[in-house]
Design a protein around this ligand. Structure first.
Ligand SMILES: [Zn+2]
Length: 451
């Protein structure tokens, strides 16, 4: 059966992420963009359907590089309020230890729904809690994501260094080395799609230097490279972490990373704040990628990521909303505004432009995930689109429609397409009854927080 061709026609504005002229829109066929239409022109090819985009600003689908979807269940959790990272984590480990399968399923659905409604089409999640009740957490997440039609990169996280061995998490939330590696290998084989257009990918993600052993860092890298999947961890988030690494391993986090063979271009780090100039040079030279997580860094008072220094040194920058318990939200377009604002406290406004932030949230994220098929609007790329309207009071009076998304505080997409399929139309999810998911999720959250 021939595929239909859709013309996203005459957008109010379009930001492609490249120099190509697409002012009259683009053509989508199957899961791909098959043509860009220059200003004032009509498509050269025959098309079957038209989407009138005259009220929309069109962006490439946004890419979220770091998250913990299960944390949507502990937003604004009383025991964790108003604390920095280490005390915040210690308050929450025992709450999270009671996660069950239904909690992981509904939190994955709810968090991804929230991201999708904010224009995000590809999301990475870092799940590192595998208490006895949920050894198959990644399988549950993959299943839950399918109900939304989003592109996902699930990272098989891990914790193996508990309090009794000098780590931060309690004993009952960690797993042993061999169990972690065997399950890592299993989920890669079962779910990782290496090909262009992939909807589900897997990466390996020991949680952080303060929750895994040196051997697990090294062996996770070996397994990831054997199967060609990427590596992820938290690094350089707080100065507590630097102190911990010096005390426990006798070296700072970047030296530790190098020692365990992680200073390479298949690695992305969440946060990346507390580095020396010399460490930034080494991270850049190795083309390590960093997921900048501005809201979380502000909420936990962690610091400001040196994005430009890292980028100038050769590192890749993407954006992440981070966990919904530290950020308390999973809104991707809002995270772009947060990145713009916090980075202007560190660098000149002329360097932190809305274009640069949009680049981080699209092409930066794609590069961080090692993908060349997403992150911009160009012929042959996947048809992942985020369309925003500017009809709310907050936008009234705007000049530049693209800049207005960040500066006036866009918070919801009107339409979102993933792999050529509409998943959001008129600001609502197409494939999911969101109200019923919220009801289940809220009940689960109350039960979990009151256990
Ligand atoms: Zn995180």
């Amino acid at each position: 059966m021939p595929q239909t061709t859709l013309w996203i026609k005459n957008p109010r504005a379009i930001w492609t992420g490249n120099e190509e002229d697409a002012q009259a829109g683009l053509l989508v066929q199957g899961n791909k963009i098959v043509a860009l239409v220059p200003k004032g022109q009509s498509p050269d090819q025959v098309y079957d359907e038209v989407f009138d985009a005259s009220q929309h600003v069109v962006l490439p689908g946004l890419i979220n590089c770091h998250h913990h979807l299960y944390q949507t269940l502990t937003r604004a959790c009383p025991v964790a309020l108003n604390k920095p990272l280490f005390p915040w984590l210690k308050s929450l480990y025992s709450v999270w230890a009671n996660l069950d399968e239904a909690a992981i399923h509904v939190s994955t659905q709810l968090g991804l729904a929230e991201l999708l409604l904010s224009g995000c089409t590809t999301a990475a999640d870092h799940h590192y809690l595998f208490p006895e009740a949920t050894p198959n957490a990644i399988d549950i997440q993959v299943d839950a994501a399918q109900t939304l039609g989003m592109r996902t990169l699930f990272t098989r996280g891990s914790m193996s260094l508990s309090i009794k061995d000098g780590g931060l998490p309690p004993d009952h939330v960690v797993q042993d080395h061999d169990t972690i590696l065997a399950d890592s290998e299993r989920v890669i084989k079962q779910y990782h799609q290496p090909e262009a257009g992939a909807m589900t990918q897997i990466a390996l993600a020991p949680c952080s230097p303060f929750s895994v052993t040196r051997a697990l860092m090294q062996d996770s890298a070996k397994v990831a490279r054997q199967y060609g999947v990427r590596l992820h961890t938290h690094l350089g988030e707080t100065s507590d972490e630097n102190d911990f690494c010096v005390e426990k391993f006798g070296k700072r986090p970047v030296d530790y990373l190098e020692e365990v063979d992680w200073l390479d271009d298949d690695v992305w780090l969440a946060h990346g704040i507390h580095f020396t100039e010399e460490e930034i040079t080494r991270l850049g030279k190795a083309n390590v990628a960093i997921s900048h997580c501005p809201s979380s860094n502000m909420l936990l008072a962690s610091g400001i990521c040196p994005t430009l220094a890292l980028e100038n040194a050769g590192a890749i920058i993407g954006l992440g909303v981070d966990g919904s318990a530290s950020n308390d939200g999973s809104n991707m377009i809002q995270e772009l505004r947060q990145a713009l604002l916090i980075q202007r406290l560190r660098y000149p406004a002329s360097d932190i432009t809305h274009d640069r932030v949009l680049n981080w949230a699209t092409q930066g994220g794609a590069k961080l995930m090692g993908r060349t098929d997403i992150g911009e609007l160009a012929t042959g790329k996947q048809a992942d689109l985020a369309l925003f309207k500017l009809d709310e009071a907050r936008f009234s009076g705007h000049g530049d429609p693209v800049a207005a998304l960040l500066l006036c505080g866009a918070h919801k997409a009107d339409a979102v397409m993933v792999a050529g399929q509409w998943q959001v139309k008129d600001g609502a999810l197409i494939g999911m009854d969101l109200e019923s998911v919220i009801a289940t999720h809220q009940a689960k959250a109350i039960a979990l927080q009151n256990q």
